[in-house]
Design a protein around this ligand. Structure first.
Ligand SMILES: Cc1cc2nc3c(=O)[nH]c(=O)nc-3n(C[C@H](O)[C@H](O)[C@H](O)COP(=O)(O)O)c2cc1C
Length: 172
């Protein structure tokens, strides 16, 4: 799959087939995160892969919109030093890049994904066994889509703002 095709077609998938990820596929996704460039090449991240069904169902309680984790084949919890501390902006910029690389690498393999925003940081920290200075603000669900037509669905009209709306030339 061409990079542009992946960027232009990827959509969030929240319902997954009831089968595990092929091990090579999960490894590819994690490597896509690992290969991401970061500010000063600091790579201030750890990716926790979760595949146990009960653990995934427990993680689904960390956010109001995290329910999709319960049905995922795997989740990758994105763990960093506290983003409210020093270098927090770089940490979150870097993490977003790593997350999108994972999402696009997965998409190329026919794997859908959805982010879950963590609301209950205490619960997430407990379920993931995080040391006190580490934070998990986002978890990604991954899985083969329950409805495989989601992989090839045409872009929804109005799904994204038009280029005219979002770009300017030279000045605001
Ligand atoms: C920072 C961020 C946090 C998100 N948090 C959630 C979430 O908690 N639960 C969820 O179902 N989707 C979450 N999403 C997914 C967005 O709802 C999704 O990207 C948006 O609706 C566009 O979806 P589409 O790519 O399918 O058009 C999040 C996305 C981002 C970028």
């Amino acid at each position: 799959m061409e990079a542009w095709q992946a960027i232009n077609s990827v959509r969030v998938v929240r319902e997954f087939a009831n089968r595990p990820l092929e091990p090579d596929h999960l490894t590819r996704i994690l490597n896509a995160g690992r290969r991401t460039g970061s500010s000063k090449n600091a790579q201030r991240w750890v990716f926790i892969a979760v595949q146990d069904g009960e653990h995934l169902r427990q993680l689904a309680a960390v956010g109001r919109y995290a329910g999709h984790l319960a049905g995922a084949a795997a989740a990758v919890a994105l763990v960093t030093p506290d983003p409210n501390g020093p270098r927090g902006k770089s940490i979150m910029w870097d993490l977003g890049r790593a997350a999108q690389n994972m999402v696009l690498a997965a998409w190329e393999l026919g794997i859908g994904s959805a982010p879950a925003t963590v609301y209950d940081h205490v619960l997430a920290g407990r379920l993931l066994g995080l040391p006190a200075e580490q934070d998990c603000s986002f978890i990604l669900s991954f899985g083969y889509p329950a409805d495989t037509s989601e992989l090839t669905a045409p872009n929804r009209r109005g799904g994204r703002r038009s280029l005219d709306e979002v770009m300017r030339e030279e000045r605001w």
